[in-house]
Design a protein around this ligand. Structure first.
Ligand code: SF4
Length: 293
């Protein structure tokens, strides 16, 4: 198999088989991310993709799912993607679900008709690393799009019937803008139809511009308690009828699951308890020990 650099894949999807059809990230400029810092974006050569599919066909001919790599494989135009999707079915005829993480901007170069064809070819579920629905925050972290773009592209996915995840990056706006980040993100997410909302907490990794800014006093990171308060505010304002995942380690409570609205009160109450009684030092220790996203 051809894999370039470190392989990042969504752990909530079947983690095998994986197929690298692009390398790196087209954007590579988010201020909190170093995942593909040294990997320039390019499409994998079609020969590599075919060789990998032949290998997968030998070792897992009955595969029903496959996850496309790398950061944003759907950045490819429909004309480039279609032959790859057709080739997947040629070598793995039982494939039903093709998953991919991708950027909001990657949907822009596709029409709704093209998205519908992609769905027919198996692209049924994608994950959008949205991070925020607040324009100030999106500019602050150099995300490369605004709230209006999120709405426009997600509505195209709704029309095409492709399921999508939306992520909220807890803490990424810093202290001064935390409230707007939480409330405005929930407002934008509420106007979309995500099948799942996922929340992760910001960790300032070495090599990221945001860590440098924090060192110079230009970015004011949240404490663990403030992160939980921001997450609670986001959850209180979220009205999407979707599944909900959080990477926060809340002692004794599982906040992850389906039917967010039915569980919303319990989730908010659990966050509230954690804010008041949680082991915040332990949370900070866990975050300090993280080495990568
Ligand atoms: S967060 Fe995603 S879009 Fe941003 S630089 Fe990293 S991989 Fe690329």
């Amino acid at each position: 198999m051809h894999f370039t650099g470190t392989v990042y894949r969504n752990p909530y999807w079947p983690t095998w088989p994986l197929l690298e059809i692009t390398q790196g990230c087209t954007h590579n400029r988010c201020k909190f991310c170093t995942m593909y810092k040294d990997v320039p974006f390019r499409m994998s050569p079609m020969e590599w993709i075919e060789e990998d599919l032949k290998e997968l066909a030998e070792c897992d001919p009955d595969a029903r799912t496959i996850q496309l790599l790398s950061a944003n494989p759907l950045a490819l135009t429909f004309d480039r993607l279609e032959p790859i999707l057709v080739m997947i079915h040629k070598y793995l005829p039982k494939i039903e679900y093709i998953y991919a993480a991708t950027r909001v901007t990657d949907i822009k170069n596709k029409t709704v008709e093209e998205l519908k064809k992609m769905k027919e070819l198996g692209v049924r579920e994608i994950s959008l690393g949205v991070e925020s629905g607040d324009d100030w925050t999106l500019d602050r972290i150099n995300k490369g799009y605004h709230a209006a773009d999120i709405l426009e592209q997600c509505h195209k996915l709704d029309e095409a019937g492709i399921d999508y995840w939306m992520t909220f990056l807890n803490g990424v706006a810093g202290r001064e803008h935390s409230r707007d980040h939480a409330v405005n993100s929930a407002k934008i997410f509420n106007r979309c139809k995500p099948m799942l909302v996922g929340t992760g907490g910001l960790t300032l990794f070495p090599g990221t511009p945001l860590l440098d800014e924090a060192g110079r006093g230009e970015f004011d990171p949240l404490t663990e308690k403030e992160m939980l308060e921001e997450l609670k505010l986001f959850a209180e304002n979220l009205t999407c009828d979707c599944s909900f995942i959080t990477h926060h380690t809340i002692s004794g409570v599982n906040l992850t699951g389906s039917h967010f609205l039915a569980r919303k009160e319990k989730i908010v109450a659990a966050l509230d308890r954690e804010i008041k009684n949680g082991d915040l030092d332990r949370m900070a220790e866990i975050r300090r020990s993280k080495r990568t996203l």
